[in-house]
Write a protein that binds this ligand. Structure first.
Ligand code: C5P
Length: 239
């Protein structure tokens, strides 16, 4: 079985993209293509990745859509041929927008990004997005429930929020956490980090991991090693 990891393929060019994809094929469940690659290389990059990873690997299109419902519905339809397993939208776009995406792509898990981890309480306060007695975690929970009600089937949240969300969202909702670092790895620019073991124990279903794999001298070996860390953690969770 492959590890519940979505490798962030934030590659600087198409050759590197397919090299990384081939390196993690068969080791991880999912690969993630984000704005950097999609805006530069477009749909052919997704096809190239699909070919490199094979049919059993999921494709996560991280386009973080946020616009009026008709435009987001149209944008979702325009990636229909790529058959993404996951497509991200911003929960802040509201329920109608999320519903438009879900309606456009019934076979894709529309994935709501809750509060960006780059935003703190004071940012939300300035934007008028948080109640006087609310915490950021309260806003994350409120937006998550609205997004699910509107048709989202997965949520992106920080490892700090995953346990609280797991407690309130249905079991079939996929909880996806970035900011995961294997034990002893460099945090880089990620602030609120967790190890694979702690994120999985808290209830995460899919771990977004980029540079600890892609910046390694041997990405295949790095993926294998983190996959082993996940497997050990999952065995422990099941005991
Ligand atoms: O593991 P690494 O830090 O390289 O992963 C970075 C990836 O995770 C990027 O693709 C980024 O878009 C994504 N991400 C993040 N923090 C979030 C949401 C997504 O770093 N809060």
């Amino acid at each position: 079985m492959t590890a519940p990891i979505a490798v962030a393929l934030d590659a600087p060019d198409p050759q590197t993209l397919t090299r990384w994809a081939a390196a993690v094929a068969g080791v991880v469940s999912t690969v993630k293509i984000g704005l950097e690659v999609y805006l530069r290389d477009g749909a052919p990059a997704v096809w190239a990745v699909r070919e490199a990873v094979g049919p059993d690997c999921g494709v996560f299109l991280d386009l973080k859509l946020h616009d009026i419902p008709a435009t987001v519905g149209g944008a979702a339809r325009s990636v229909q041929d790529l058959r993404p397993d996951f497509l991200t939208v911003h929960a802040a776009g509201g329920p109608e927008m999320i519903n438009a995406a879900a309606h456009a792509l019934p076979d894709t898990r529309i994935t709501a990004v809750t509060v960006l981890t780059s935003l703190g309480r004071s940012d939300l306060d300035r934007l008028g997005m948080i109640g006087a007695t609310e915490s950021v975690a309260d806003v994350v929970r409120r937006w998550a429930l609205i997004a699910i009600d509107a048709g989202a089937r997965a949520l992106v949240c920080s490892p700090q929020e995953v346990a609280a969300l797991r407690a309130v969202v249905p079991a079939d909702i996929t909880l996806i956490t970035p900011g995961v670092r294997p034990t002893g790895a460099d945090a880089g620019d990620q602030r609120r980090i967790a190890t694979p073991a702690s994120a999985l124990a808290a209830g995460a279903d899919l771990l977004v991991i980029g540079r600890p794999i892609t910046a390694a001298s041997d990405p295949h070996a790095a993926a294998e090693s983190i996959a082993q860390e996940c497997s050990n953690a999952l065995t422990k969770c099941g005991e």
